[in-house]
Design a protein around this ligand. Sequence first.
Ligand code: SF4
Ligand code: SF4
Length: 91
Amino acid sequence: MRIEDKLYLIGYKVDEDGSHLEVNKKDVCKKCKNKACTFVCPVDVYKYDEKEEKLSINYDACVECGTCKIVCEYIEWRYPRGGFGVAYKFG
Ligand code: SF4
Ligand code: SF4
């Protein structure tokens, strides 16, 4: 089974009140050379628009693996509020 097919099995309850992922320092992404967040996330939550010089965070697709918080010290990472976020189904 491909990873993309497995991702279709995941359920989400999106917290419309806001993101559980934030960058905690202003303008740091503009200066960031490697933009590591944009290639380590398995579900492409982070996208950097070079023209606009802006990082977008599509938090509703996050599978809560924690990789981005390891590669970037400026990402403020929390679990979503209770009852929200990803729901894994097994079997
Ligand atoms: S979130 Fe971190 S890794 Fe991603 S562009 Fe900003 S500073 Fe770079
Ligand atoms: S926790 Fe994992 S899935 Fe969520 S944004 Fe970070 S790298 Fe992507």
